[in-house]
Every structure is written in C-alpha cells, then in structure tokens.
Write a protein that binds this ligand. Structure first.
Ligand SMILES: Nc1ncnc2c1ncn2[C@@H]1O[C@H](COP(=O)(O)OP(=O)(O)OP(=O)(O)O)[C@@H](O)[C@H]1O
Ligand SMILES: [Mg+2]
Length: 243
C-alpha cells in the first residue's frame, strides 16, 4: 500500500533540505506518526569504502528514530559530486530499481515517509534520469526549501516552474535561515512576493539557529522552532488523517 509522504526538494544544494526534513520528522513524530526517512542517493559520504556513511541520512534517522539504515540510505558515494559523476568515478552504477525497492520496503515499516532530494530537481542521478524522475517514481508531493535572501525569487520560481511542468503537487515552500538580526527588506518581502507570483502556500520560515549542525548531528531547538514556525498541517493531505 502506498503510504503518505513528502519529497523535500530545494532551490539549490545546501539550502537546508536536511534541516527541514529532520524538523518535519520530529514535528510529525510529536503528533504520534511513525515517520520513515530516506536520502535515496548520497554523495560526499564519510568512512571507509566498505562502510560509507551519509551524514544527511544519519541526521534524518536520528531525528525520526529510524533503524533501517540500508533502506534510508541505499546508495552512497564518497565524492561530493552530482550522483552521475560520483557513480562513474567510483565505478558503482546507481540502480534505480534497488532504490525504489528500498522506498517500498520503508513504507512497510512506517506511516509517513519523508524523502530528502539530492541538490535540486534537475540534478542528474544517471544518464537521462534526474531527481525529478525519482519524484515521479515515488509518487510523492513536494515541499520546496528556499533561501531567504537576495536571489531566491528567481531560484524559487525556476524550481516551481520545473515542478509544475512535470505535474507535481507542490504542498508548500519553506524559507530557511531567516536572519534574526540585521535582516533587510529582501527577507521581509520575499515570501509574500513569491506567494503572489506562484499561488503556492508559504508554510513558514526557519530562522538562523544556534547549535544546529548536520555534519556533527546537533539538533539544538530545531523541533521546538519547527513546531512554532511551520504550518505542518499543509504538508499533509486532509485524507491523510493524523492519529
Ligand atoms: N536554519 C539554519 N540555522 C543554522 N544552520 C543551518 C540552518 N539551515 C541549515 N543550516 C546548516 O547549513 C548547512 C546546509 O544545510 P542542509 O545540510 O540542511 O542543506 P541541504 O539542502 O540538505 O544540503 P545538501 O544539498 O548537501 O543535502 C548544514 O551544515 C546545516 O547545519
Ligand atoms: Mg542534505
């Protein structure tokens, strides 16, 4: 049975997909949902060649208290490159069928699945197969993570455009790293401008947070801040009843 879930994409790499995915996992768990997390392809992994670890996957699994590492992180590469390039360099082909099988298996264990994308929508996973193709395969709605500062109108509209053309259901946009001091007209006006231009719900903004770091697995007050600032109900379809 297809379980509800969400695919977290970003307007770029490093925008805060992992932070948002982890915050959402913790927020939904606090409502009693069993949340499964997945980073379908991870590059820039650490450890030995026999035991490569994705810090994105570790962070997500900690947030969601998951235990099936092989399902959450089925394809790992050392080089911090796009998946197609890392895969060619490390001579390890990416088997989409195995990734889909891991996703299906994860659905058997959890009520709601959060998948973190790789970079943005048009990052190549292999020849002629992009992150967008994987979203189609997973049949998941989208959540877009965007920067809060200058340049985000263009990047967000490009992402929305690419998603709409492919018929994706965009549940909302979250702006990340809102400055808490010294913010300007840019950060204040961007969400409203983007909402007016796209009609897509703005689910909220996450501030620049202390003691939050993916690489060293620090959560700070991410859960509390996420619950306070983000409208998580809009991530869920009304038919996806919360327990
Ligand atoms: N709101 C925030 N406050 C403080 N630090 C943040 C915030 N958002 C993200 N970061 C930090 O910025 C870095 C990039 O964020 P994150 O890893 O979530 O981006 P990403 O989109 O998942 O990147 P990738 O494309 O590599 O998966 C991380 O080190 C993270 O800890
Ligand atoms: Mg990430």
């Amino acid at each position: 049975m297809l379980k509800p879930g969400i695919f977290i994409t970003g307007t770029d790499t490093g925008v805060g997909k992992t932070i948002v995915a982890a915050g959402l996992a913790m927020a939904l768990r606090s409502r009693g949902l069993r949340v499964g997390v997945m980073k379908p392809v991870a590059t820039g992994c650490q450890g030995t060649d026999q035991h490569l670890v994705s810090m994105d996957a570790v962070f997500l699994m900690e947030a969601a208290e998951n235990e099936y590492a092989a399902l959450s992180s089925p394809a790992r590469f050392r080089h911090p490159l796009s998946p197609n390039v890392a895969s060619a360099l490390e001579k390890k082909p990416i088997k989409i069928s195995e990734i889909v099988r891991a996703y299906q298996e994860l659905q058997r264990h959890y009520d709601f699945i959060i998948v973190e994308g790789i970079g943005g929508l048009l990052v190549p996973i292999s020849k002629d197969y992009f992150v967008a193709n994987l979203i189609k395969e997973f049949e998941l709605p989208l959540l877009i993570v965007a920067r809060s500062g200058l340049g985000t109108i263009n990047h967000t509209l490009l992402t929305v455009d690419a998603a709409v053309v492919r018929g994706f259901d965009i549940r909302g946009i979250i702006f990340n790293r809102m400055p808490t001091v010294n913010f300007s007209m840019v950060e204040v006006t961007n969400p409203k401008v983007i909402h007016e231009l796209t009609g897509i719900p703005i689910l909220g903004s996450l501030p620049e947070m202390d003691h939050v770091d993916v690489e060293t697995c620090k959560f700070g007050n991410l859960k509390e801040i996420f619950l306070e600032r983000i409208q998580i109900d809009k991530v869920l379809n009304p038919s996806e009843v919360l327990r």
